[in-house]
Write a protein that binds this ligand. Structure first.
Ligand code: DER
Length: 230
């Protein structure tokens, strides 16, 4: 599809920024997966070497193992040179909503650690105001989800427990927690303030607002029928 072509175009553009010897942050989601596959191909054919990856989900671990990409745990590295990850929404100030894949806990750790954090999105992710369309994911302790839900609702949100598709009951994250997806009427106009307020709620581990973290946003578009990167 056109969206797949846009994702592939930005994934390739991001991999072009990788140099041999780097410690890489490897993101989660379908666009990041395309980047990881291309990275694997360039390691295999020798265009890239001496790389170490820090993944942000079981998804990334499985893919990296299949592709033979060397991994290190976050605690085992002293730096991350470049992190590449997707996003669900990007606003004009490069503030992000992430967590569509419920991986935002490890994603934000890696994004904060990285010298450079490059975001790869197709054009459908670019918005004027965050959270008008995409709900904000909030990872919560299983035993606290109803309390946190009530507090998010009292903050003007509408919080729903994220239910699994191929498993009975709610989605369980790579950390063993649950996810509330929250919509605020009129979207999120002060994302920095809201990010702090939500993470300050007892029982909340992390939310999907990525504030002042993206150094570059690569946007895949189709222009004259050709995939282009902006
Ligand atoms: O869950 C995440 O944060 C993913 O990076 C998500 O935001 C983007 O996923 P996609 O590339 O499959 O749209």
């Amino acid at each position: 599809t056109l969206q797949d072509q846009m994702k592939q175009a930005v994934a390739l553009a991001a991999v072009d920024q990788i140099s041999s010897g780097m410690v890489l942050g490897l993101g989660s989601g379908s666009t990041a997966a395309l980047m990881i596959k291309e990275l694997g191909a360039r390691l295999k054919d020798g265009r890239l070497k001496d790389l170490v990856g820090v993944t942000t989900s079981f998804q990334g671990e499985v893919l990296a193992a299949e592709l033979g990409i060397p991994l290190q745990a976050l605690n085992a590295v002293d730096r991350i040179d470049l992190a590449i990850d997707g996003a669900d929404e990007v606003d004009p100030g490069f503030q992000l909503i992430k967590g569509g894949g419920a991986c935002h806990v490890q994603e934000k750790l890696v994004a904060v650690r990285a010298e450079r954090f490059v975001v790869v999105v197709d054009a459908s992710k670019v918005v004027q105001t965050l959270n008008l369309e995409f709900p904000l994911p909030v990872e919560v302790l299983p035993g606290a989800w109803r309390q946190v839900q009530a507090q998010l609702n009292s903050m003007g949100g509408e919080a729903q427990l994220r239910m699994a598709v191929k498993k009975a009951g709610p989605v369980v994250t790579d950390q063993g927690n649950l996810v509330l997806d929250v919509k605020f009427a009129g979207g999120i106009n002060e994302p920095a303030d809201l990010e702090l307020a939500i993470n300050n709620l007892p029982g909340v581990l992390e939310n999907g607002l990525f504030i002042n973290l993206a150094d570059q946003v690569l946007v895949g578009e189709i222009i004259d029928g050709m995939p282009r990167v902006r």
